[in-house]
Design a protein around this ligand. Sequence first.
Ligand code: KG4
Ligand code: ZN
Length: 363
Amino acid sequence: MLILGIESSCDETSAAVVEDGRTIHSLIIASQTELHARYHGVVPEVASRAHVEQILPVVREALEQAHVEPKAAAGTPGSAVQPIPPGSPLRRRLDGVAVTNRPGLSGSLAVGLTFAKAYAYAAGLPFVAVDHMHAHAYAPHLASGGDELTYPYVVLLVSGGHTMIAVSRGFAELEVLGTTIDDACGEAYDKISVFLGEGYPGGPVIDRLAATGDPRSARFPQPKLNRADNRFDMSFSGLKTAVVHQMDRFWREGYPRTRENVAAAFQDAAVGMLMNRVENAVRATGIYRIAAGGGVAANSELRRRLGALEVDGRPVESVLPPVELCVDNGAMVAGLGYHMLAAGERSGWDTGVAARVAAFRGG
Ligand code: KG4
Ligand code: ZN
């Protein structure tokens, strides 16, 4: 089955064509980073307008690259999509459309959802709305290169909008263990970057600066979230305050206060928080398999530590998708959508968006 997946929940407009939930025939991601940079973060109104402008060219490009002929537009004069000639082995038709409809920015979600519904209706295709976090948790399957990633696995989802640790038990079965109780991890990276006089998004900048800094330069505090009911939760606002307002208190003598050292000490504390939660989750569930997703999963230090993880002396198998499958993308939506559609699931034409999902509190 060939599925078109559409993602527009935050500031990436993305479309992909994926076969049988596994083989990615095309993946287009149009990022809006430059539009939001001057505001140091995503501005919802700016994001939804940009989605409106990008959605059509992005979907067209995805279909074109996958040699898929959109039924409704076949042969339309002036269309950017040129049908592959009849009889060509490359000529394919879609079997369904999947789109993210929750959680995320309402206006942004509405653009993708409305487009997907209209497209599916016009083309006579079945359509299914999927949960963004379920889609992130599915992404490792696309990265496993044909090997079956078996359930269950612990999954760490960290981006500018969400920070969550969960157990994935099936295609749309996510058992949330913990979430951030304040800022998202990526948000903390973005704020520290602004503090250091660097731009947005901050993750890649801090990652680069930290590479030549010394993580021992400061001993930033870790939040005390060790009670049984919050041992999987995370917090980043205390760390952010410590870096921005209380540097003197935590800086260690003898270390020059360079941007590289600040970045390295901050990153050590932020990644340390995530790793501590991952270790708690592996130990508590006895599941020695971990996957990660979200923009922060591109972080080199996090990837290094997840890749080398041992809990109680036992190695933990880790599946870290390539960066384009960690960030918001249409392939994870198409991949998950395939399994839902193949199981006979359909969403109604009256399906709406939801900014929040109760199970993902704080996420
Ligand atoms: O998943 P994503 O592209 O968009 C959403 O927020 O949903 O994630 C973007 C976030 C930003 O906060 C960015 O600073 C962070 O991911 N990020 C990183 C890295 N690359 C991107 N954080 C740490 N290290 C990185 N290398
Ligand atoms: Zn996301």
